[in-house]
Design a protein around this ligand. Structure first.
Ligand SMILES: Cc1cc2nc3c(=O)[nH]c(=O)nc-3n(C[C@H](O)[C@H](O)[C@H](O)COP(=O)(O)OP(=O)(O)OC[C@H]3O[C@@H](n4cnc5c(N)ncnc54)[C@H](O)[C@@H]3O)c2cc1C
Length: 76
């Protein structure tokens, strides 16, 4: 019975979305619960601030693989 229950990810911030991408990579469809209006709700509150870390460190490998397959182009 436990095997048929969905895996819930609480929060669609960078960490929750990376966790979800790793679950998808393993053939599991997660249920992502976000209290904000959209994914990245907390990040959008300070989206006007330039991040201090280079882009290569800001994206998870599993998330990157999913995005690449959808035709995404990484920003500079
Ligand atoms: C101004 C600023 C600049 C930054 N610059 C950088 C940078 O350059 N490089 C870097 O690596 N990091 C940077 N950080 C840090 C980075 O933003 C955080 O490390 C990162 O967002 C953490 O991701 P997270 O998914 O754990 O949390 P969050 O981004 O906080 O996401 C959590 C999500 O969970 C949701 N949530 C919370 N509680 C619940 C609940 N009970 N139910 C459902 N949903 C819920 C929230 O709405 C939110 O969308 C910066 C942070 C700030 C504030």
């Amino acid at each position: 019975m436990m095997a048929s229950l969905p895996v819930a990810v609480i929060g669609a911030g960078p960490v929750g979305l990376a966790a979800a991408a790793h679950l998808v990579e393993r053939g599991i469809t997660p249920l992502v619960l976000e209290r904000g209006e959209s994914v990245g709700a907390a990040l959008l509150e300070w989206g006007h601030v330039r991040v201090f870390s280079p882009w290569e460190y800001n994206i998870d490998a599993a998330a990157r693989a999913l995005l690449d397959r959808s035709g995404w182009t990484a920003p500079d």
